[in-house]
Design a protein around this ligand. Structure first.
Ligand code: PLP
Length: 399
């Protein structure tokens, strides 16, 4: 399953994603907002009709764990934005990840995964996945060819990457991933959203998002989604109805509403992130600023090749370790300490003690979530107010 999928070009042809975000995921009715389909089950005329629905699979009107009309609209929207044949939603990004891994891998199989990953993904790959007898090799995504070299065992079933990575903003090369000759490749594209990059266009099989983040965009929907070729999505669906991490129609509705403004939100958030990261770097207050849009990012050239904008998240490292981070975060007035990202409010987190807490030393250092690093998710406030808030916190962290 390598090489760019044939259907990609025709699916995205003649349509700008900004427009797709507005036109997609409609149910054909005259209402402009989505209707929330709250029923968990649908009645029928009797045994035979219920049986027909049971064999209809994803097109059934049977039971909401199998499929739900509002969730389906959300899935259609993501498929269109990703240039995919289909998409499948889940109750969270972790629900999506777990369903993909257990749908595709069996005991004795081998996964190659990036070492720079979200803490929950690392904990899942270190714990339940290996407990089920699936072997995992972690690689440094920033080393060209590292995924390809590790994906050579006869049982390598799945390659997992996350780009840009949480919280290091390290990148994985999508062209390399798309060319690897393994049954399945999957990219967690949460930090990019479908607006900044399209992994499927590089030949990657599955693009995964925590739609809880920028896609939903308002901190009011917990959702995951994976997009790819229909046969593959159908196979994951067949497992997912047993796994049960189904998406809620309320959350799908909120995310559909979020998608309407995703292009403008993301554009503004990326622009502010670029401005703040540049200012932080030139301010002399940071030992390092991590943002793929900065010329100083070690993979900036790769970023310009595979991303059209560089995302709403950047990370800073300041001298003084965890104590300086504590003082910095305490001094902020506008930026709020919280662990999510991609919403309208600018948020800051200290990954080593939150999103990546509980990992062993090796995983923590592999993820580059050191004690002096803070992750900033840029929201929609005015850039001047955010800069002033950060400037006051830098001063407090030095005193
Ligand atoms: N992937 C990335 C990159 C994330 O940052 C997160 C959560 O922070 C997840 C996956 C998991 O998503 P969720 O919290 O929706 O389960």
């Amino acid at each position: 399953m390598s090489g760019p999928p044939q259907q990609y070009a025709s699916l995205v042809a003649n349509k700008n994603r900004d427009t797709t975000a507005i036109t997609t995921g409609r149910n054909g009715a005259r209402s402009l907002a989505s209707d929330i389909s709250t029923s968990t089950t649908w009645s029928s005329s009797g045994l035979d009709e219920t049986h027909q629905e049971a064999v209809a699979g994803r097109s059934s009107k049977l039971y909401s764990r199998y499929t739900n009309p509002t969730v389906r609209q959300f899935e259609t929207a993501i498929a269109e934005l990703e240039g995919a044949e289909d998409a499948l939603a889940f109750g969270s990004g972790m629900g999506a990840l777990a369903s993909v891994v257990f749908a595709l891998c069996s005991p004795g199989d081998h996964i190659v995964a990036q070492q720079q990953l979200y803490g929950g993904t690392l904990a899942f790959l270190n714990g339940p996945v290996q407990r089920m007898g699936i072997n995992v090799t972690f690689v440094d995504a920033t080393i060209p060819g590292a995924f390809t070299a590790a994906a050579k065992t006869p049982r390598t079933m799945l390659v997992i990457a996350e780009t840009p990575a949480n919280p290091s903003l390290a990148l994985a090369d999508l062209a390399e991933l798309g060319a690897i000759a393994v049954p399945f490749t999957m990219v967690d594209s949460t930090f990019a959203t479908p607006m900044s990059q399209q992994p499927l266009s590089h030949g990657v099989n599955l693009s995964l998002h925590s739609a809880t983040k920028g896609i939903g965009g308002h901190n009011d929907a917990l959702l995951g989604v994976v997009a790819g070729e229909r046969d593959l999505i159908d196979a994951i669906w067949a497992y997912s109805v047993l796994h049960g991490a189904s998406a809620s129609p309320y959350d799908a509705h909120n995310a559909l509403r979020g998608i309407r403004t995703l292009p403008v939100r993301h554009e503004r958030q990326c622009a502010t992130a670029m401005e703040l990261a540049t200012w932080c770097e030139s301010s002399g207050n940071c030992t390092t600023v991590h943002y793929p849009g900065l010329a100083s990012h070690p993979q900036h050239n790769l970023a310009t090749r595979q991303m059209t904008s560089f995302g709403s998240v950047f990370a800073i490292e300041i001298p003084g370790g965890i104590e300086a981070c504590r003082a910095f975060i305490s001094a902020l007035q506008l930026v709020r300490p919280a662990t999510s990202l991609g919403g309208p409010e600018t948020l800051i987190c200290h990954p080593a003690t939150s999103t990546h807490f509980g990992l062993d030393e090796e995983s923590l250092s592999g993820a580059l979530a050191g004690e002096g690093l803070m992750r900033i998710s840029v929201g929609l406030e005015h850039v001047d107010d955010l800069r002033n808030d950060l400037a006051a916190a830098f001063a407090a962290s030095r005193s």
